[in-house]
Design a protein around this ligand. Sequence first.
Ligand code: FAD
Length: 445
Amino acid sequence: MRIVCNLARGTKRKLPFWKDVSVKSEQNYYEATRNNSKRFSKLHEDVRTDICVIGAGFTGLGTALELAARGYSVVVLEASLVGSGASGKSGGQVASGYSPGMMATSEIVGRDDAKRLWEFSEDAKRILNNRIADHEIDCDYLQGELYAAPKKSHINWLKDEQAFVEKEYGYEQYRWIDLDQMRDMLAGERYIGGLLDMEGGHLHPLNYTLGLANAAANVGVQIFENSAAISYVLRSGRVEVICDKGRVSADSLVLAGNAYLQGVEPSLQRRMVPVKSSIITTEPLGTERAASLMKTTACVADTYEDLDYFKMTPDTRLVYGGQDFSFGKVSRQKNPVRTNMLKTFPMLKDVTIDYLWSGNLSVTRHRLPDAGRIGSNVYYAHGYSGQGVPLSAVLSKILAEAISGEMERLDVFGRLPHKSVPKSRFVQLPLVYSMMLWSKLKDLL
Ligand SMILES: Cc1cc2nc3c(=O)[nH]c(=O)nc-3n(C[C@H](O)[C@H](O)[C@H](O)COP(=O)(O)OP(=O)(O)OC[C@H]3O[C@@H](n4cnc5c(N)ncnc54)[C@H](O)[C@@H]3O)c2cc1C
């Protein structure tokens, strides 16, 4: 999925900038349809473990699972609840490759490392599928992701991208969708062609996260909710993580707080920007009306830089997401994402929006993931730039490998030419705006 930055808000100590006050009272559809309400206790004592992981989203829980399978004892600290970061709020779409597309990725990192990155992203889909199967995670997984193009220049780009990945990597799972097929698959006239990724897909992201948490707990991972890591210190070769009611002493630390990891490791704040994305969910449309809108079970992401993404749920609701550039108060019936939904499906004017929520994803300057090691025993992965559902699966495995002493795959990320972002969120704002305006301008042209 290609994502361009939305704005980040100014910092306040008591109310962190990422909290979206305007929609906090609205419920998330995924919360309303979660498989279980299992809760984990708060850390109330000092514990010793092999590895401490900060963050219970896809990355943290996936890494914990991989490490437990390698025989490590693992403690996961979650500031709020499992899945309360981007993982439980996501569109849940599973795409191949990386956010900028593989042609651009190859230009950024060079042909050899682009090939390695492509292999990782292929591995990502396999790991994701295996985890769902092995741990019997009930998360409504369906195959197929359709990239929908609204204009000729985007069609050309998609065709070039298809030819590129076929020639460079032998990938043959993209199917070209012409205008007639597009009209058959989607109602409305916004999109004129597209690319269907047969190996893409989508899932219920919160239930997938809860499934990972269960699987991890079942193999002995200790998960603590409402246990924010305040800071960490290095002491005699070990890492000591400080929470308000206890400490975790570990051989190694994994930072998996993504866009929500604030001051715990300030150096990571220069490496990505938190970007807001919002999602709405309609009332149930009924089988007939749902089928009249989408005759595909694939999810859809369009090719605008500030993309729209959507899918139909098993209970015939349209889940529609997009970049949310709004300031101030929004409501379920009046918000920029609904405006975009009506551009795609104008026939939905009468439909009630039952849910509206937003979350932060982390975006790097080149929109490629950022992962690595700080010192000798602190590891991190973040900045999936809109493709964290699949990419967190492979990165969690790569982090576990690195902790076990196999650094080769993690080192590929160390070679990526990441550009730093301004430290202050106030300075990030104009940067984000200029990126956004530039993308809008390109779309207009
Ligand atoms: C609205 C939205 C739509 C998206 N759609 C898609 C999509 O369709 N496809 C896709 O591939 N990606 C999508 N993404 C991005 C994707 O969801 C993320 O890349 C992915 O969830 C990142 O997982 P994570 O585990 O790294 O981080 P998160 O899920 O954000 O988890 C980080 C966790 O760390 C915790 N934490 C932070 N700091 C601390 C601390 N100090 N102590 C303890 N815990 C802490 C947080 O509370 C949080 O639970 C979307 C994101 C959003 C917000």
